[in-house]
Design a protein around this ligand. Structure first.
Ligand code: GLY
Length: 374
């Protein structure tokens, strides 16, 4: 594993130079599709992953030029701290500035994180006890009858809120995070611990109006990345709170994923556990990266056979992703590390392409393996 981790970081340091060159300085990388690099503005939900991945690569390699590249991207991301139009602030500002602060202890980065948490907190709806994910004007949601959409992905944004309370005197952020996490346990899961993708809440009463999907195969299916957000989300919430309910939830989700007969032997899931044509369905490498990173952390909070199983599956995922089936050749794949992720099949968007978050959680998992298990 030590050798594999070293090889991946040496590769990443070189490969990301191609991505850096292919991405205009006022933008962030998004994907590589039909032989061309596609970038986004800083308000796309993925804008934090590229600087975050650069920071992880810097953490391992200590190459100053990689830190410089990350800092240039952080400079254009800074303005997002005031953004209040979606729930993704945690992804955008914590994966980026959170890592920047952790590695540099620059107090300016901490201020950015705290301001971003203030912005995210404006989306908390106290009567329903949730953070609203999307504006109802987004994607015609109003026409579809939504009033208070909350998606399972939202759990990931709680990390920035928890961190902000743990690193300031303002407990409001953690209170909001825990309130959202508790409501989500109550409403967002099925008895087998798989989760729905989108719930619509009556924001005055907290009543659940519908349980549907946006990116999964069907309303009742288990969209693979969504299961990853749930696994990572409750594992992370346990880290901050030590609330046994969050550990139990994470263990339940892990059981659903790891015991699922549709999880292939290389542990890279199909895009939805209930996709109708398995094994002739696309894999989603981004979901696998999230699983690996989350399972390694869950291994820190468990013992015995359970812990060994989490580590062993994470190890299989990392080995699979490091193979030529999933990892790009140097200079190919638009400069991204991993191939074969899926953004949204129902929207015919980002199908079987590299994605920034697949790379981000992959390198995070490699560092976690090195820190905890080597
Ligand atoms: N958070 C959006 C996604 O997972 O595609």
């Amino acid at each position: 594993m030590k050798k594999m981790i070293q090889d991946n970081f040496e590769f990443a340091a070189k490969q990301y130079q191609f991505l850096e060159k292919a991405t205009p300085q006022d933008s962030m990388p998004k994907t590589f599709d039909k032989n061309r690099n596609i970038s986004s503005d800083v308000y796309w939900w993925c804008s934090g992953f590229y600087p975050g991945t650069l920071l992880y690569i810097y953490e391992y390699t200590k190459k100053p030029s990689i830190l410089d590249d990350a800092k240039k991207r952080l400079a254009i991301l800074d303005t997002v701290k005031y953004y209040t139009k979606n729930h993704d602030l945690g992804f955008m500002m914590y994966c980026s500035f959170g890592n920047a602060y952790r590695l540099t202890k620059n107090e300016e980065y901490k201020k950015v994180i705290l301001e971003s948490s203030k912005s995210l907190a404006t989306r908390y709806r106290p009567d329903a006890k949730v953070i609203q994910s999307w504006e109802i004007t987004d994607g015609g949601l109003r026409q579809k009858g939504f009033v208070g959409p909350v998606i399972i992905d939202n759990l990931m944004n709680l990390e920035m809120l928890e961190w902000s309370s743990h690193n300031s005197t303002d407990k409001k952020f953690a209170n909001i995070a825990e309130s959202h996490a508790n409501t989500t346990i109550k409403n967002h899961f099925r008895p087998d611990y798989s989760s729905y993708h989108v719930l619509d809440y009556d924001l005055n009463t907290g009543e659940v109006r519908k349980k549907v999907t946006a990116q999964g195969y069907s309303d009742s299916s288990a969209w693979s990345r969504g299961q990853g957000w749930a696994l990572y989300g409750y594992t992370m919430m346990y880290r901050f709170t030590k609330n046994p309910a969050y550990l139990k939830q994470a263990q339940g989700v892990a059981k659903f994923i790891l015991n699922n007969p549709n999880l292939p032997t290389d542990k890279i899931p199909y895009w939805d556990f209930d996709a109708p044509n398995i094994p002739n369905e696309l894999r989603d490498v981004s979901a696998a990266s999230v699983y690996a990173s989350a399972l390694l952390e869950l291994g820190q909070y468990t013992s015995g056979k359970e812990k060994q199983n989490y580590i062993s599956v994470a190890k299989t995922i990392l080995k699979s992703l490091s193979s030529s089936k999933y990892r790009a050749d140097l200079g190919s794949n638009g400069g991204y590390l991993l191939k074969h992720s899926v953004g949204s099949i129902p929207h015919n968007n980002e199908i079987d392409v590299p994605l920034t978050y697949a790379d981000y959680y992959f390198v995070e998992a490699l560092l976690r393996y090195q820190k905890w298990y080597l």
